[in-house]
Design a binder for this molecule. Structure first.
Ligand SMILES: Nc1nc2c(c(=O)[nH]1)N=C([C@H](O)[C@H](O)COP(=O)(O)OP(=O)(O)OP(=O)(O)O)CN2
Length: 112
């Protein structure tokens, strides 16, 4: 099995829709570190699991934007991690580090 991991920093704004009072329902921003994990049993015709540049292109679509403008779902770290995973071939896990102590992980596998 071949494994690949890439981390990219993004800056974004968002506000959350929540069923309780929270400061996070106000527009605010984060500098997040997104780590994308991919794997493949066989390499493609270019000798890759997936091109690092392709991973960057997808994640950078989220840089310096307001998540509420581009997503129809509530832009929590969990939901955005799943969205990223769904965009990237051979991706099985995304860790979305919203701030130093806050990390959401979406994984297709049980053992994260
Ligand atoms: N499960 C989730 N919980 C929260 C999310 C989320 O995406 N998933 N997001 C937020 C807000 O974005 C909020 O800005 C983060 O709040 P907080 O935990 O207070 O963040 P910090 O620790 O970075 O901020 P401090 O003010 O320094 O404590 C909330 N919850």
């Amino acid at each position: 099995m071949f494994y690949l991991e890439k981390s990219i920093e993004i800056s974004y704004a968002h506000r959350l829709s929540l069923q309780y009072e929270s400061k996070c329902t106000n527009m605010h921003g984060h500098n997040a570190i997104v780590t994308v994990y991919c794997k493949a049993e066989k390499l493609d015709e270019n000798g890759m699991v997936v091109d690092f540049m392709h991973v960057k292109q997808v994640v950078k679509r989220l840089d310096h934007v307001c998540f509420n403008d581009i997503f129809s779902f509530n832009p929590t770290a969990e939901n955005v991690a799943r969205w990223i995973c769904e965009q990237i071939p051979n991706c099985y896990k995304v860790a979305f580090k919203e701030s130093e102590g806050n990390i959401a992980i979406y994984s297709l596998e049980e053992n994260i």
